[in-house]
Design a protein around this ligand. Structure first.
Ligand SMILES: [Zn+2]
Length: 601
């Protein structure tokens, strides 16, 4: 199993900012040292979800979820640790260095990058060579010049099974690496062959300017798959990349808008027609990751998909998705028979500019597209029900408010009508969730007895990071003194850290594999301990610490005392002699006092 190198993990952790990560999903407001927002893990009206950027952790006082940035991504996306690290790497454009158990797998990423570079160069050479003539003609017929070919590194994969394969130095690249690169595959007979054959090749380039994958357009009209794309590989995460963004990101930032098209040739056409602020999905429908990626460069996007029905469906899907992430979405509506490429071939750029400048916002586009469904009150009701299902996904309440107002006005219904529908759906979903969650562990702390409260306070005192308190605890207590099932393993970790001389940083504490309840305790402990780091008068904390230590150390004696008392009572009831029991009791009390004195000393 390949794993992410510790070097990369360090890099990811160093770059990751929990406030940024959570803000991708949750609207946060600062309150003191913490930021608060509506919890993404449970339904709530008042914010009880908190993020503490200096500690690098989050905690929800409502449902008890807590952890660091990696935990957050894991919980939010319902993915495992490695996947979460991959998302973070993508978010911060960090190239993952994978390493396997074997030495030979080291540097695998570097080799796969190199293969892509070899392939890009090879394909381009073929395009400009004799056997690429029909491909070149195809490109030139469509009006793309040499400059475009060179800038975007267009190429041609010859109609052979091994043309790229023969270029590879097999002493350097193992068959396993070739397969993993996605550029080759194994056919029956175990022979390795080129994946791309007789195709016009579009290299997909990441933000760092490196070729990470290819899209291949079939040149044979009888070929079933018009487009063939690289599979996901260690260097290519489909949802994390836009075709062309490496070329257009500056223009996007400058204009404050990104035109999103569907295809590679759409991209090239729009880009070369004087609209360099364009990107294309790389052979896949848009995902949440795409919307977050583009959101890093702009707050506004303009969709320009095919004019036909399929294009309209894709526009609606993408529009809601992008809007949900807080982007301001506009739509260029093309004539039904056009795509951006064909439109710009048949029309002047100025005409496209006009369409662009007069592009409607997405909600207007959506309502216009469905205006025929709004001609009766009953139809309108159905429309509201359908649109409420989409609007409820908008996490930013300010945007939601705006959109609801807009929709209400456009279709001429009361805003309250739409809001009521949204509330209805929210309630229905909450009830469904409740049903599913009934077996889950409790979300609040279960500190019923004085002992449990003392254990909790002591762990908190360790986390205040005051050394004198830590020393007191270390001197008197061991892991065995922490008996609460959830806190015991936390105590084990903290005490072992203390004895090794270095208590891990707050967010690092979550790198241990805790269960949900342990994370609930841990994150709440950390949050409560944090402000105590800065108290000036330590007397109260010292008193609290020694009282709690006393509770834990004397609880066995207390239990014995209670038992002896019961025995004395029983003896007296029966009229038996209780002298020895009374002496026992007095000894126990003495022992307890001595212990308490020792703690206070
Ligand atoms: Zn919550």
């Amino acid at each position: 199993m390949p794993r992410i190198s510790s070097n990369t993990i360090e890099q990811i952790k160093a770059r990751t900012d929990i406030l940024e990560i959570v803000s991708d999903f949750v609207q946060l407001k600062q309150r003191g040292r913490n930021y608060f927002g509506l919890c993404p893990f449970h339904e709530e009206k008042t914010p009880s979800f908190s993020v503490n950027p200096s500690l690098g952790i989050f905690h929800c006082f409502g449902c008890g979820k807590g952890g660091n940035a990696v935990t957050f991504i894991m919980e939010y996306e319902k993915i495992d640790y490695v996947e979460a690290l991959k998302r973070l790497a993508e978010r911060y454009s960090i190239t993952i260095d994978w390493e396997g158990i074997e030495d030979s797998q080291k540097g695998e990423v570097a080799l796969i990058y190199e293969l892509h570079e070899i392939a890009a160069e090879f394909y381009q050479k073929q395009l400009l060579a004799e056997r690429g003539r029909s491909a070149l003609e195809y490109i030139e017929k469509r009006g793309f010049d040499r400059k475009t070919i060179e800038q975007f590194r267009l190429g041609y994969a010859p109609d052979e099974w091994e043309s790229l394969f023969r270029q590879i130095d097999l002493n350097r690249f193992t068959p396993a690496i070739l397969e993993k690169s996605g550029l080759f595959f194994r056919r029956e007979g175990n022979k390795i062959h080129d994946r791309f054959r007789n195709r016009l090749m579009f290299p997909i380039i990441n933000l760092a300017g490196r070729v990470v994958a290819f899209g291949g357009r079939a040149l044979d009209p009888n070929e079933e798959a018009k487009y063939l794309n690289s599979p996901e590989t260690p260097i290519y995460f489909k949802s994390g990349i836009f075709y062309g963004l490496n070329f257009s990101k500056d223009a996007i930032q400058k204009t404050g808008d990104a035109i999103i098209v569907e295809g590679y040739t759409d991209f090239l056409r729009v880009y070369t027609s004087g609209f360099p602020n364009v990107v294309a999905g790389s052979g896949t429908a848009l995902t949440l990751h795409h919307s977050r990626l583009i959101h890093r460069f702009t707050k506004k996007v303009t969709l320009c998909y095919d004019g036909d029905e399929a294009g309209q469906k894709a526009t609606e899907r993408a529009g809601f998705l992008l809007m949900r992430e807080g982007l301001d979405v506009r739509v260029i509506r093309l004539p039904e028979s056009d795509d951006p490429d064909s439109y710009l071939r048949d029309h002047k750029p100025e005409e496209f500019r006009e369409l662009y400048d007069s592009a409607n916002d997405f909600m207007t586009y959506y309502i216009d597209s469905h205006s025929d469904e709004l001609n009766s009150p009953a139809a309108k009701t159905q429309f509201v029900e359908r649109i409420a299902e989409e609007l409820i996904e908008i996490k930013n309440p300010v945007i939601l408010d705006l959109v609801v107002g807009e929709v209400a006005e456009r279709i001429n219904v009361k805003e309250e009508h739409i809001r009521a529908q949204i509330r209805y759906i929210a309630r229905r979903r909450t009830n469904q969730n409740r049903g599913e969650r009934s077996t889950e562990s409790p979300k609040s702390l279960r500190l019923r007895t004085a002992d449990e409260k003392a254990e909790y306070e002591l762990l908190k005192m360790i986390l205040t990071r005051h050394q004198n308190l830590q020393t007191m605890i270390k001197n008197f207590l061991t892991v065995a003194d922490f008996r609460h099932p959830v806190m015991h393993p936390i105590a084990e970790k903290l005490l072992s850290d203390l004895s090794s001389g270095k208590l891990a940083e707050a967010n690092e504490l979550f790198n241990t594999e805790w269960n949900e309840e342990q994370r609930l305790y841990l994150s709440r402990l950390i949050l409560e301990a944090d402000p105590l780091q800065y108290v000036e008068n330590m007397d109260d904390l010292r008193k609290l610490t020694s009282d709690c230590i006393a509770v834990l150390l004397t609880r066995d004696i207390d239990a014995e005392i209670a038992a002896v008392r019961e025995k004395i009572k029983a003896a007296e009831k029966k009229g038996e002699d209780s002298t020895s029991l009374v002496i026992q009791l007095s000894n126990l009390r003495q022992k307890k006092r001595a212990l308490e004195d020792k703690i206070k000393a």
